[in-house]
Design a protein around this ligand. Structure first.
Ligand code: GLA
Length: 736
């Protein structure tokens, strides 16, 4: 791994075994991209990779015979000879929006820097990565721009962010500052995104690029279930197993923009960052604004390799804290079992049976605080409801702990109900604007987390509850989006910075609470998976994947989510049937097997289970614990996509030690008189033998990969039907 610099030509080459990223300084001082893709050998002179000429219909730069319109740029600025959309737009004190940042210097740093107030990937030792910082300056604006690139040593990962510092006396306004921008010299590509809505998050959509601008974004104040802050560009022939793929993921939980622009010369400009829509930032003298981090991953072996790279990075160098490397507890959550209708006896009754089934952690969901008997009241009043829990939280938690279970608590710290003591006391603490009514969502308002006083108040309150209840786990929810974006605590000029300041406030509270409670496992949640993004996963190593717990729906949701996020980050629960979201009835075994590809939990009332169901769940939990390390820390490969095969889906995990392979096969729908099916595994050692656990069937790795396993021979299909799931576990045989 290295960052090479040719001091004479000012060419920068970030490279490792897998990837190369190259750019240089143009005669006018701006940066041109030379290459991004499969690793190139390093040579002193890369000038062969650059060609440009001024076209007849072009405008040129004032001081150089260059047209930026035909140059692949590194970080395009605004309103000169390039007509494509820029990565950066600033308004100078005189109202002008033209900018031109030219190269001044570079610096190479071992390891990786942190980003002030923002989540980001990290290194544990400086030799894991190398960082290049390029400094540019706009003399007219009197501002510097730092572009930071980190290349990881052993992975095709390059992270980027940008920062502007105002060195002048007058305020400049940042209208747009993207985290990364890349110009590709081709447009014959497809783009992939994770799209959806509440209860059907992160479905994979693949679309050919076309001329003009196409983008995905969030305007909701959260990364959103509609579009995840991720996109990939792939060759038309790219599959799960082969072909080129470029991923762009943003470590951010607020409004984002991921945009592609195919221009008149079939160049594709891709950029990702904070959504410039409804955003600006007043940058005063000597202040610096830093963007969130973009994580760029390259794969020359299809989407699986792209995903595996993200999985490794996000599991080991984005997630933090003691729970990063610990096996997660199997939990039971009372939400779908009781909703708001519970008391201490009911909870303890559930917990007792759950303990007998093998559950580790009892989570008390919504409804435990003062007067909260429906979703119409009480958010913000984080004091125990003495009607439901007259002995208090500490007593409940003690009793749960006495049963041998850990205790978890649901909170929604960013919210307030209009019917609450907090709102009565501080109506000005709500997100909104003067003289206009607020639009409620789920009967609640959003607290103004851009205001430090609000964050501090909520921090003290939540800290007191977590301390007194001796909490082991927190489910941090966020159930509505932001409307009437604004803060009465901000100056008029700062109102358009509100959405970013809000997210910074959320990150601040997360920082305070995770630092105070380092042993607590945090799970983020946002009406299910509405904030399933790398920003949240930096603070909370797992997230509630979706409110939709229907096993078949979950196949698509979890498969799509796995395009970027490892299963160690996905909460996956077995719930009762008929399913509360779809009304569908699926076998308990299927619900279990689907949830095994995630951090297992139960979302049902165990005291209502039949003896047979209890036996199944008891066995389920012990099976899961047997394979949990393989799933949580192993390498996932997707085998059959439910988005292209309406009948089936499949994926596998190989353990870190390469000794175990766990395969999930789903039959979404039964078909009469089907043919016989072979399922081809991937990534095994071709010349080593594997035993199907529980049988004496032994296979060479090459047979399992190239011929495939004869499914009908090795799984019991006597109970065929819709929504059936099968788990196959292979052990590597020790050979003499
Ligand atoms: C959200 C969550 C659910 C549950 C409810 C409680 O919808 O996604 O899991 O916690 O809130 O109100």
């Amino acid at each position: 791994m290295a960052v090479y610099v040719n001091e004479e030509t000012l060419t920068f080459h970030l490279t490792n075994r897998d990837v190369s990223y190259l750019f240089n300084v143009l005669p006018n001082g701006e940066l041109a991209q030379l290459y991004y893709g499969k690793s190139l050998r390093h040579v002193d002179d890369f000038s062969q990779l650059f060609y440009t000429e001024v076209k007849d219909n072009s405008c040129t730069e004032a001081d150089a015979a260059l047209s930026m319109d035909v140059i692949r740029q590194e970080y395009p600025s605004f309103s000169r000879s390039d007509f494509r959309l820029p990565a950066l737009q600033v308004t100078s004190p005189d109202g002008s929006r033209v900018s031109r940042f030219t190269y001044t210097s570079y610096e190479i740093i071992a390891g990786k820097q942190t980003l002030p107030g923002l989540p980001a990937t990290y290194v544990e030792t400086p030799d894991e990565a190398e960082t290049l910082v390029i400094t540019l300056k706009d003399e007219v604006l009197n501002a510097t721009l730092c572009l930071t690139y980190t290349i990881y040593k052993d992975a095709p990962v390059i992270t980027r962010h940008a920062a502007i510092t105002n060195q002048g006396e007058a305020t400049v306004v940042i209208d747009q500052l993207m985290s990364a921008s890349v110009d590709f010299n081709q447009s014959e590509m497809d783009w992939l995104e994770l799209a959806g809505s509440w209860a059907r998050e992160r479905h994979i959509k693949r679309t050919p690029l076309h001329a003009g601008v196409q983008n995905i974004q969030s305007t909701r104040g959260a990364s959103s279930p509609q579009h995840n802050p991720f996109l990939a560009l792939v060759q038309p022939e790219t599959t799960e197993q082969s072909g080129t793929a470029y991923g762009f993921s943003l470590v951010y939980s607020g409004n984002f923009l991921a945009q592609m622009e195919v221009d008149h010369y079939d160049t594709t400009r891709v950029m990702i960052g904070i959504n410039p829509f409804d955003f600006n930032w007043q940058l005063k003298q000597e202040e610096t604004f830093t963007t969130p981090e973009a994580v760029l991953v390259y794969s020359d072996q299809g989407l699986n390799k792209l995903s595996q790279t993200y999985h490794d990075l996000y599991r080991t160098r984005l997630a933090r804290g003691v729970w990063r490397d610990r096996l997660r507890p199997v939990l039971i959550n009372n939400w779908e079992a009781t909703y708001f209708n519970f008391n201490e006896d009911k909870l303890l009754q559930m917990a007792k049976v759950a303990k007998q089934l093998g559950v580790d952690l009892f989570v008390l969901d919504d409804g435990w605080f003062k007067g909260r008997n429906s979703d119409t009241t009480s958010l913000g009043d984080w004091f125990v409801d003495e009607d439901k829990l007259p002995n208090g939280l500490t007593s409940l938690s003690d009793k749960i702990h006495d049963l041998g279970l850990q205790f978890g608590l649901w909170i929604e710290p960013e919210m307030v109900s209009p019917e609450s003591d907090l709102y009565q006391a501080h109506p000005d603490w709500v997100v909104g604007v003067t003289n206009r009514p607020n639009s409620p969502g789920r009967n609640q308002y959003v607290l103004d987390f851009s205001n430090d006083d609000v964050v501090s108040y909520i921090y003290e309150l939540i800290k007191a509850r977590l301390t007194e209840a001796n909490v082991d786990y927190v489910k941090w929810d966020m159930n509505r989006f932001i409307t009437e974006a604004g803060s009465v605590a901000l100056d008029a000029n700062d109102q358009a910075s509100f959405r970013h300041r809000y997210i910074l406030g959320v990150y601040k509270l997360y920082t305070l609470l995770t630092e105070d409670f380092p042993e607590v496992l945090f799970e983020s949640c946002a009406a299910g998976g509405a904030r399933f993004d790398p920003g949240m996963l930096y603070y909370a190593p797992q997230a509630w994947t979706s409110d939709d717990t229907d096993a078949l729906e979950r196949v698509k949701i979890q498969y799509g989510t796995s395009l970027v996020y490892p299963v160690s980050m996905m909460g996956a629960h077995v719930s009762a049937v008929p399913n509360h979201q779809t009304g569908r009835v699926t076998p308990l075994e299927t619900r279990g097997i689907v949830s095994f590809s995630g951090m297992l939990g139960y979302e049902l009332d165990p005291s209502q289970l039949t003896d047979e169901e209890k036996t199944i769940i008891h066995k389920q939990i012990s099976t899961y614990k047997n394979i949990q390390a393989i799933v949580q820390f192993g390498k996932m490969t997707r085998l059959i996509s439910p988005f292209s095969d309406p009948l089936h889906a499949s994926w596998q995990f190989i353990s870190e030690s390469n000794t175990d392979v766990v395969v999930t096969f789903i039959q979404q729908q039964a078909r009469p008189n089907p043919g016989f099916r072979q399922l081809k595994l991937a990534g095994l050692q071709p010349d080593r033998r594997y035993r199907l656990v529980g049988t004496d069937h032994v296979f060479y790795g090459d047979q399992l990969m190239y011929h495939g396993i004869e499914l009908d021979r090795h799984i019991d299909r006597s109970d065929a039907g819709d929504a059936r799931a099968y788990l196959l576990h292979f052990n590597l045989l020790e050979e003499a």
